[in-house]
Design a protein around this ligand. Structure first.
Ligand code: ZN
Length: 225
């Protein structure tokens, strides 16, 4: 695990060099954005301890294997912790991959291993969870959400965007890192979601895969053309 302190209230944790999760400091402790690959719960809890807090909330962008991998283990070790995922993505956390009649009907892609942990809260578009504004960004998966920290303007984009080799649309990644694209359900929706995020004018962008992007709005404008 590699830990980068972005600033005193935000740390990026990277596993196997490609899979990120984030510790966001709140008044009562940390919100963990995503749970990376399996087997990392103790490392994540230890990182929070070293940063001087404990994890109070787990917020999931979507239910792919590399974003929920350590969820059950974290839940077991932390005991009482809020777990939140979007209302639409919640069934995917329990391996119900069925689509709604009003959605594009091609099958979802990527690994959905499911989890034993049940969310304590399901998120709706526009609500505030801790300090994070919840934004529906469907496309990569049907219920993918992104989160904007309104205190410092950091956008947690999950796999709505990718930043290996610089910021990219998930539908047009760096050629040597095609995996988030290969696991994307609907390209048109994913591109529309990326454009929707520009409207929030993020100061910086924290993705599921790749480095932290500091000039967020400028980079997002550039990749949208
Ligand atoms: Zn994904």
């Amino acid at each position: 695990m590699k830990l980068i302190c972005i600033h005193k209230d935000l740390a990026q944790l990277t596993f196997l060099g490609i899979s990120n999760c984030y510790l966001v400091r709140e008044r009562d402790g940390f919100t963990l954005v995503d749970c990376t690959i399996s087997g990392q719960a103790e490392n994540i809890i230890q990182a929070a301890r070293e940063l001087g807090g404990s994890i109070r909330r787990i917020l999931l962008t979507h239910a792919h294997v590399d974003h929920i991998g350590s969820l059950d283990q974290l839940h077991a070790l932390l005991g009482t912790v809020d777990v939140a995922i979007s209302q639409r993505e919640a069934p995917f956390l329990h391996r119900d991959l069925s689509l709604h009649p009003n959605e594009p009907q091609q099958k979802v892609k990527g690994g959905f291993p499911g989890a034993k942990t049940h969310p304590t809260h399901t998120l709706t578009e526009g609500e505030l969870f801790g300090s994070l504004r919840c934004i529906a960004t469907p496309g990569h998966t049907p219920g993918h959400f992104s989160f904007l920290d309104e205190r410092d303007g950091t956008l947690f984009a999950g796999d709505a965007l990718t930043s290996i080799g610089g910021l990219h649309r998930v539908t047009a990644p760096a050629w040597y890192f095609p995996f988030p694209k290969m696991a994307t359900w609907d390209f048109a929706l994913a591109d529309a979601s990326a454009r929707h995020l520009l409207g929030y004018k993020p100061k910086s962008i924290a993705t599921g895969h790749g480095r932290f992007i500091t000039n967020g709005t400028e980079e997002l404008s550039r990749i949208l053309g």
